[in-house]
Ligand binder design. Structure first.
Ligand code: UDX
Length: 437
C-alpha cells in the first residue's frame, strides 16, 4: 500500500516509520524543510526510544522517504494521513485546526479520486465533516474521509503502535474501511482488535480516552491528599483498588499532576466541544481544575520542607513531563521551577535528555551534569520526573552532597524508610502524614 503522511511530528513520524516497517511504501511530508533535510540525512527531530533504528532501516530499504513537497509526497498514494499539530488555540482552549485545513486545501489541488484521507491528529468531533466540505468546495469528488486516532504514548510510542490495545477506525465509507484494514493487517493478524465505528464516534473516542485517563490521575492525586491527612498510603490504596479488574492498575500513580502534549490540551478541547453542544462535562471540568491547582501547589510542598524559599538552593531532578522523552510541553517542572525562582530560590536542575529543550523554557537556573552534581550544596532535592536513573540513586551519596538533608519525592520513587536510613527527611506524595514524625 502506498501511504502519504502529512506532518512529521511525533504522531506522523512514528506512524509513518511503523507503517513502513509493516512493509508499506510511505512518504512523510513536512513543510519544515530543515526537518526534512535532517531526516533525509538520518537526523531525527524528536527523541523517542527505538525510532531512529526503524527510520534508518526503512529509509535504507527505500520504503520510507521524506519530502517538503506535498504534491510530490501524495503522488500515487492510496491513503493520505493527516498528522499535523492541533495545538490548543491561545486563550480559549479550542483545538486550532488551521494546520489540518491548510493541509486539506493543499491536498485538494492534487488528490485523485479513490484516495482515502485519514485524520490521525486528534481532532474534535465534526472535523471529518468539515474536511469533506472543504474537498467538495474545492471541487474534489470520490475521496473518502476517515478518522483513525492514535493512542501512542511518548517514550513508548513504537511499542504502543505495534502492540496496540485496539485500533479505532471511524469510517462509514466501505472503501475507507477496506483500505484501513489492509494498512493495519499485520496488526490484526496479531489479534489487535480493530473497531470500526462512525467517523464522529471515532473522533470523540480519542478525547474520551484521554479525558478518562486524566480523570483517573486527578482522582488518585486527590486520594493522595486525603492519605496525607488521615495517615494512609496512596500506593497501597492504588494497588488495592487497581487489582479490581473493573478499575485496573494503570494510571493510578499519584504525582505532581499530568502534563504533556495531550492530556492538558485534549481535556480543554473536549470541554469546548461539550460547551458547543450545550452539554456540561462536570467531571472533566473538575479534573482540569484539580490538575491545574495541583501543579501550582507543588511549590508549597517544597516550601513546607525547607521553610522560606528565599536564598535556598533547590536541586530538581527531571524536567521533561515524563521519562523517556525530551518533551517539555506542560511539564509539571515548569510551574514548580518558575515559582521557586520567583520566590527567591536558586535552582540547579538535571534531566538526562531534556536539557536542550529545557534551556528554551527556563531562564536563571543552573543545569547540572548529573543528579549528584545537582544535589551538591542544595537545601533540598526534588524528584519531579521518574527517570529510571533516578530510581537507584545512592541516597547516602546524595545525603552527603546535600546541605539540607531533605528529599521531596513527587513521584514516590523512594519510601520514607530508605530515605531516613540515609539520613534524609522525606516528603512523598500521599505516603502517610506529609510531615516526618
Ligand atoms: C497520552 C496517552 O497515554 C496516549 O494514549 C495519547 O495518545 C497521548 O496522551 P502521553 O502524553 O505521551 O500519552 O503520556 P502518558 O504516559 O499518558 O502520561 C501523561 C501524563 O500523565 C504525564 O505527565 C504523566 O506523568 C502523568 N501520569 C500518568 C501520572 O501522573 N500518573 C499516572 O498514573 C500516569
Amino acid at each position: 500500500m502506498r501511504i502519504a503522511m502529512i506532518g512529521t511530528g511525533y504522531v506522523g513520524l512514528v506512524s509513518g516509520a511503523c507503517f513502513a516497517d509493516f512493509g508499506h511504501q510511505v512518504c512523510c511530508i513536512d513543510k519544515d524543510s530543515a526537518k526534512i533535510d535532517g531526516l533525509n540525512a538520518g537526523r531525527l527531530p524528536i527523541w523517542e526510544p527505538g525510532l531512529e533504528a526503524i527510520v534508518k532501516a526503512n529509509a535504507e530499504r527505500g520504503r520510507l522517504t521524506f519530502t517538503a513537497s506535498l504534491p510530490e509526497g501524495v503522488k500515487d498514494a492510496e491513503a493520505v494521513f493527516i498528522a499535523v499539530g492541533t495545538p490548543a488555540r491561545r486563550g480559549d482552549g479550542h483545538a486550532d485546526l488551521s494546520f489540518v485545513f491548510d493541509a486539506v486545501r493543499e491536498l485538494a489541488k492534487v488528490i485523485r479520486p479513490g484516495t482515502v484521507v485519514v485524520t490521525k491528529s486528534t481532532v474534535p468531533v465534526g472535523t471529518g465533516d468539515e474536511i469533506e466540505r472543504i474537498l467538495q468546495e474545492e471541487g474534489v469528488g470520490g475521496v473518502a474521509v476517515a478518522s483513525n486516532p492514535e493512542f501512542l504514548r511518548e517514550g513508548a510510542a513504537i511499542a504502543d503502535f505495534k502492540h496496540p490495545d485496539r485500533i479505532v477506525v471511524g469510517a462509514e465509507n466501505e472503501r475507507a474501511q477496506e483500505v484501513l484494514k489492509e494498512i493495519y493487517r499485520p496488526l490484526f493478524l496479531n489479534r489487535a482488535p480493530i473497531l470500526i465505528t462512525g467517523r464522529r464516534t471515532a473522533e470523540l473516542t480519542k478525547y474520551a480516552a484521554n479525558a478518562f485517563l486524566a480523570v483517573k490521575i486527578s482522582f488518585i492525586n486527590e486520594i493522595a491528599d486525603l492519605c496525607e491527612a488521615v495517615d494512609a498510603d496512596v500506593q497501597d490504596v492504588a494497588r488495592g483498588i487497581g487489582l479490581d479488574n473493573r478499575i485496573g492498575p494503570k494510571f493510578l500513580h499519584a504525582g505532581p499532576g499530568y502534563g504533556g502534549s495531550c492530556f492538558p490540551k485534549d481535556t480543554l478541547a473536549l470541554l469546548k466541544t461539550a460547551d458547543k453542544a450545550g452539554v456540561d462535562q462536570r467531571i472533566v471540568r473538575t479534573t482540569v481544575q484539580v490538575n491545574d491547582d495541583r501543579k501550582a501547589a507543588m511549590v508549597e510542598r517544597v516550601a513546607r520542607a525547607v521553610g522560606d524559599l528565599k536564598g535556598k538552593r533547590i536541586a530538581v531532578l527531571g524536567l521533561a513531563f515524563k521519562p523517556n522523552t525530551d518533551d517539555m510541553r506542560d511539564a509539571p517542572s515548569i510551574p514548580l521551577i518558575n515559582a521557586l525562582v520567583e520566590r527567591g530560590a536558586e535552582v540547579s536542575a538535571f534531566d538526562p535528555v531534556a536539557r536542550e529543550q529545557a534551556e528554551k523554557v527556563f531562564t536563571g537556573i543552573e543545569f547540572a551534569s548529573d543528579a549528584y552534581a545537582a544535589a551538591a550544596g542544595a537545601d533540598a532535592l526534588v524528584i519531579v520526573t521518574e527517570w529510571d536513573e533516578f530510581r537507584a540513586l545512592d541516597l547516602d551519596k546524595i545525603a552527603g552532597s546535600l546541605k539540607g538533608k531533605v528529599l521531596v519525592d513527587l513521584r514516590n520513587v523512594y519510601d520514607r524508610v530508605e530515605a531516613e536510613q540515609a539520613g534524609l527527611v522525606f516528603y512523598g506524595v500521599g505516603r502517610g502524614k506529609l510531615e516526618p514524625a
